[in-house]
Design a protein around this ligand. Structure first.
Ligand code: FES
Length: 622
């Protein structure tokens, strides 16, 4: 049954979402892509998730929390984790309440300054014109003016004599490290930008960043055009293995997607493309290699082998990116097998080696990447969860876009929330997890993953919910939305087969986590934090993810959302040579655990196919 939704608009971003009344502001913000700080795990004690209710109906139970002053309370500040929206609302998010600001603070707290030392810099130079007593070559004259030994790209050398004389020996030199990559007429030293990309198997996100102050000028995302070649990395690798022309086609597709993002960002920010002097990409091993035009075929056979491990620098223009002709592309280092640059970027953003106690980084996508940091060790693995969480291989599954049921609650009847103000057309990954967790809670799904029939349902189950258990032959499916409620006038069901797909995806992640814990001699209870990264991870309801066994059974306050860590890591590398060195050091220290070669993994996987018998302690904020 569609619950009446309310619209929440966030300032200053202007992002808006439709959510069920009673949804916590913390969750609504996450759904709008705004990740708020929540170090206390939503218990209302840290005060870091502070927001201001500008207008609209909201409800915070109880008295003013200690974390807010009387003035703040009077001004409309509330704790996002404790406040539920009851009607349409406008909510202001102070910059310091966002997760990205916490990373800056973390860096600051550790005695370091937020790093801004981009590899690309511009220098305005005035060269003395040649004289009878000064007959240095044009190159030597330029090198001396720039200050020290620099390599000058051949394309620049070719233009040099005419350019210097035509511009009265004054120009701006664009340097990438110790390489001079471009010359520009006049003083353009303030105008320098770069692009940071998170290249996902399904989605690509790009951010246009000003290099002088690190300001984000525009963000855009697009579906990865390679999707027409298959929805997971293996199908794309297979395509390359079978068809000699496919690598170039796939590379062209991803470059085209990146270019669409560049053009969109440039248009929005009013920045010409030639002012982009560098691009950084962070993606999984397959995506990075295809982007560079490197054959990923060896990732399609055991043991899975990458083409490169250390960071790569290539000519962006030669790859076809719409940037300055001299621009370079920095490609993140890779750890091993399917653990690629996006994982290293996530480790960089989360400062994963600096946590005093064991901590787990989990990025749930088509592949689940998991890194366990403990005692100076960094164990990294990748596990094939499959695309179930992205809605694929789910009979009525879809990505989390307009029309997707994204949240399911079961009480006297079933309530659901749909993305966008439209009738539902399917369900996305979060709804799949919610539905399974709720069915487990009501005793309608057994630990083996079988949906019970109406006759088998426990006595306390309401008649309305019982009527939704529809048995067909030997299987029972669960009715989420009736034909009258949906866009295509067909019922939307949680099918028994969907539960099996969910079990496979969940078991892959859970067994991966267990194996890493075992390898390091740790128990889940010892984890100081589980950091959930990636677009999907940030929308998961922690209570439900724990109920189905996807996440370890640890207190909810230790499960933290860290936003799109790969994207953040890519921006950090774009803005700082030191951060790149740090990323390279993290890669060098990481140990790749190849689950495909691990005999224990199969046993752990089979064990993890069972849903936990019991409900873990509930979270203060799901
Ligand atoms: Fe800590 Fe809200 S007070 S997350």
């Amino acid at each position: 049954m569609k619950a009446q939704e309310v619209r929440v608009r966030f300032q200053p971003s202007g992002r808006a979402v439709d959510v069920l009344p009673g949804t916590k502001v913390l969750e609504a913000a996450g759904r709008a892509g705004i990740i708020l700080q929540s170090p206390c795990g939503g218990r209302g004690t840290c005060g870091k998730c502070r927001v201001r209710i500008v207008s609209g109906a909201s409800e915070t139970p109880g008295e003013r929390p200690e974390a807010l002053t009387a003035e703040q309370w009077a001004e409309g500040f509330r704790l996002a984790c404790q406040t539920a929206v009851r009607g349409d609302a406008v909510i202001e998010v102070p910059a310091e309440s966002t997760f990205e600001s916490r990373l800056q603070i973390l860096v600051g707290d550790s005695g370091e300054r937020p790093r801004l030392d981009p590899v690309v810099r511009k220098v305005f130079v005035r060269l003395p014109a040649p004289q009878p007593q000064d007959v240095r070559s044009d190159m030597a004259r330029l090198r001396d003016a720039v200050g020290g030994e620099v390599a000058i790209a051949p394309e620049v050398v070719r233009l040099l004599p005419r350019f210097l004389r035509a511009h009265d020996w004054q120009c701006t030199a664009v340097l990438s490290g110790r390489r001079l990559i471009a010359l520009e007429a006049g003083d353009t030293s303030a105008a320098a930008c770069g692009m940071a990309f998170d290249i996902g198997t399904t989605t690509v996100v790009g951010t246009l960043v000003r290099l002088s102050d690190g300001r984000e000028l525009a963000v855009a995302s697009r579906l990865n055009s390679q999707i027409s070649y298959g929805d997971d990395v293996l199908s794309r690798i297979l395509k390359v293995r079978e068809d000699p022309g496919a690598l170039a086609e796939l590379q062209e597709a991803i470059i085209e997607t990146a270019n669409e993002i560049i053009l969109s960002c440039c248009r929005e920010a009013g920045v010409p493309e030639h002012q982009i002097y560098e691009a950084v990409i962070a993606g999984n091993s397959t995506m990075q290699q295809i982007f560079c035009g490197f054959d990923p075929s060896a990732l399609g056979e055991l043991p899975f082998v990458q083409v490169f491990d250390r960071a790569q620098t290539l000519s962006a223009a030669r790859l076809g990116l719409k940037t300055n002709a001299g621009a370079e592309l920095y490609v993140f280092p890779q750890i091993g097998g399917f653990v690629g640059g996006d994982t290293v970027a996530g480790m960089l953003a989360a400062r994963l080696d600096r946590w005093p106690k064991p901590v787990l980084l989990v990025d749930i996508g088509t592949n689940g990447e998991i890194v366990l940091a403990h005692n100076g060790r960094l164990l990294a693995t990748s596990t094939a969860a499959g695309p179930a969480f992205e809605g694929a291989r789910i009979r009525q599954g879809m990505r989390a876009t307009a029309g997707a049921i994204e949240k399911v609650l079961i009480g006297e009847d079933v309530l659901w929330n749909v993305i966008g103000n439209v009738r539902p057309t399917g369900l996305c990954g979060t709804a799949l997890i919610d539905a399974a967790a709720e069915l487990l809670r009501h005793g309608l799904l057994d630990p083996q993953g079988r949906i019970l029939s109406a006759d088998e349902a426990p006595t306390g189950v309401s008649p309305a919910v019982r009527a939704r258990l529809l048995t067909d032959g030997s299987e029972t499916n669960f009715l989420l939305a009736s034909a009258e409620e949906t866009a295509m006038r067909e019922p939307i069901m949680l099918w028994q087969k969907d539960v099996r797909e969910l079990q496979l995806a969940t078991a892959a992640i859970r067994a991966g986590i267990q194996l890493l814990l075992r390898r390091s001699g740790q128990r889940a209870e010892a984890l100081e934090a589980v950091l959930l990264a990636g677009a999907f991870g940030n929308f998961i309801r922690r209570n439900n993810a724990r109920r189905i066994g996807l996440l370890p059974q640890i207190p909810c306050e230790r499960i933290r959302f860290i936003g799109n860590a790969a994207s953040l890591g890519a921006k950090m590398a774009l803005l700082s040579g030191e951060e790149r060195a740090y990323a390279e050091a993290l890669r060098g220290r990481a140990e790749h655990v190849d689950l495909s070669l691990d005999a224990e993994f199969q046993d752990a996987f089979v064990e993890a196919m069972l849903f936990p018998e019991r409900e873990p302690d509930p979270c203060a904020s799901a």
